[in-house]
Design a protein. Structure first.
Length: 569
DNA sequence: CATTGCGCACGTT
DNA sequence: AACGTGCGCAATG
């Protein structure tokens, strides 16, 4: 099932909106992939699920399809015509959202009271609450929406409105403050557990159900710190939220990996400096309409993952299916949390879904940099395609400066070996570098590229642990530099004496999912060298896409040369 | 290169 | 009229 991703999809939509980019399927998928390593098939399925369940609205706007956060739309329309929500199905996400909102609300109270202990007596003005919540989640909420929710909360007794118009928190409804979702998205929210912490004494205690940690802070802080409200720059208490929104937004909310921009506060009064940008006139240009139209058609099933997202179950964190995907499939549990995934869903192109050599697995949210032990929250993690260790680019020695996309093969320092060593004396096929030629193959979509940096800059030879075999030593090019050697590319191993296990190992590094066929069929090196195109395409029961890519490797091994002419003819 | 920020013209309410 | 939307560009890493 897809609830796992609904939050992410909403986040994507809102993020795009905030960026003033059209939240179309393309961008949403892109966002999900970047942020959460959700593949596009799954993303599309989940998006569809969201649409079907009215969590997300699919709309046509200016000739193209866009997606809207239904909750926001709802808040909007409720405001305009005070009807009841038109749609039954939105109830699901309403409860989820309510809970989320309750968390944010409590959190806001906690923070604000710590900031300004006087609020304990005076109550907190709505705009402060709104500002605080927006600073946490301006994607899901707007000023108006929050106002509405606050009023609702008052009706339900969760909040108390004072005569001065300020708010106090009412009695806790523990149900509302339960930690939400144990999925991989960890929330910075609190667990409302340790009552004891703030049970001690405070007279307001029964009124202010603020989270424990805030109560602690509050106690320490007393009233010593002068009141400084971060977002307060407006004259009247009540308007000004709109310009404030932006500021809050930019200061506190960072989702993606970036944010420079010195942030100027937009002042409508300096209109007279037009510094024209953006498109001149006429809002839509045809070419883009057409482009959008073309990419509009929904998912073509992506050959490499059969994940379908439609089925019931939701056990596998990757495909959300319960059923195993083959006789040999099994569930692998994250070694940190309760997430599980099909064995077959792991070890694919997505490096964040790679198992460790000891057959354990960390889900993407638990995976930590082996150096700083921070998760991807602290920065993009690059995962070694051999040992599955993750690193922040800057933590790795030497620092990784070039961009390694998720899915791109990359070797950590421990797994890198100078090519010379491998080629000339080891000849161990499966531990061979991925430097030279796998990017093209293993990565599904990416076209070509990544200049192969043969000689790796590294020294650590980490002697190969493999059993020695002296069979081939391909005229040992002592200078590995590259394929100037006439016919044989020394970086391509000689497979003629491989056992089928070795063949399997070789292909497993590029095609973890498909490689087992080589073992099943007991294709050893000699057989491999005899394989013909049709054999690969038809006899191995592979899907066409992988089969073609595998065939390419087969040819390379057969001729020990990487010449596209050979396999595209 | 990909991603993000955003002015401004236009659509919706 | 006020607000929502997103194109197309600029800035940014």
């Amino acid at each position: 099932m897809s609830q796992n991703n609904t939050g992410r999809i909403l986040e994507a939509i809102d993020q795009l909106r905030r960026r003033k980019a059209r939240p179309d399927i393309q961008r949403i998928c892109n966002y999900l992939f970047r942020r959460f390593a959700v593949n596009s098939v799954e993303a599309k399925n989940d998006l569809q699920w969201c649409v079907d369940n009215n969590v997300v609205l699919k709309v046509e706007y200016k000739g193209s399809i866009s997606y809207r956060n239904a909750a926001k739309k709802l808040a909007l329309s409720n405001k305009h015509r005070d009807g009841q929500s038109s749609n039954v199905a939105s109830d699901i996400n309403k409860t989820v959202n309510n809970r989320k909102f309750a968390q944010l609300l409590t959190n806001a109270f906690g923070e604000l009271i710590v900031q300004e202990p006087d609020y304990l007596e005076l109550g907190i003005p709505a705009h402060e609450i709104i500002g605080n919540i927006l600073s946490k989640d301006s994607v899901r909420y707007t000023k108006k929406y929050i106002s509405i929710l606050i009023e609702k909360e008052v009706e339900h007794g969760g909040l108390i409105k004072m005569k001065n118009g300020n708010y106090l928190m009412g009695p806790v409804n523990s149900e509302d403050f339960k930690f939400e979702s144990n999925n991989w998205k960890t929330d910075e929210s609190f667990v409302n557990s340790s009552q004891s912490d703030f049970n001690d004494s405070s007279p307001q205690n029964d009124v202010y159900n603020i989270p424990p940690q805030f109560y602690q802070q509050l106690k320490q802080k007393k009233k010593s710190i002068p009141h400084k409200i971060q977002y307060k720059s407006h004259k009247s208490v009540d308007d000004s939220m709109d310009s404030d929104d932006k500021r809050i937004d930019s200061e506190n909310l960072r989702v993606g990996g970036r944010r420079k921009k010195v942030k100027k506060v937009f002042d409508p009064s300096d209109n007279h400096v037009p510094k024209k940008r953006g498109r001149p006139a006429g809002s839509l240009n045809k070419s883009t309409i057409e482009k959008n139209k073309m990419q509009e058609e929904f998912s073509r099933p992506d050959s490499r993952t059969s994940s379908n997202g439609r089925e019931q179950g939701g056990v596998c964190s990757v495909c959300h299916n319960q059923n195993k995907r083959g006789p040999n499939d099994r569930m692998v549990a994250c070694r940190e949390c309760s997430n599980k995934a099909h064995f077959s869903c792991l070890n694919g192109d997505d490096m964040m879904l790679r198992m460790y050599p000891d057959n354990t697995w960390q889900c993407p949210h638990c995976k930590t940099c082996v150096v700083c032990v921070e998760t991807s929250d602290a920065g993009y993690l690059i995962v070694c395609s051999v040992c599955a260790d993750a690193y922040h680019g800057s933590c790795h020695q030497p620092a990784v400066t070039e961009k390694i996309k998720n899915g791109q093969r990359w070797l950590c320092i421990n797994c890198q070996k100078p090519d010379e060593l491998i080629i000339s004396d080891i000849g161990n096929p499966f531990r061979r570098k991925s430097n030279s030629n796998d990017d093209n193959d293993s990565m599904s979509g990416s076209e070509e590229s990544t200049p192969s940096n043969y000689r790796s800059p590294v020294e650590s030879p980490s002697p190969s642990e493999s059993p020695e075999k002296s069979r081939d030593s391909p005229e040992n090019g002592s200078d590995c530099s590259d394929a100037e050697d006439p016919s044989i590319d020394p970086s391509i191993p000689d497979a003629s004496n491989w056992t089928y296990e070795e063949v399997y190992q070789y292909f497993a590094q590029y095609f973890p999912r498909e490689a087992k066929i080589f073992r099943e069929q007991e294709i050893d090196g000699r057989s491999l060298l005899l394989l013909r195109r049709m054999d690969v395409l038809t006899q191995l029961k592979l899907k066409l896409g992988p089969a073609l890519k595998i065939y390419r490797h087969v040819v390379k091994l057969q001729v020990r040369r990487d010449d596209p002419k050979l396999y595209w003819l």
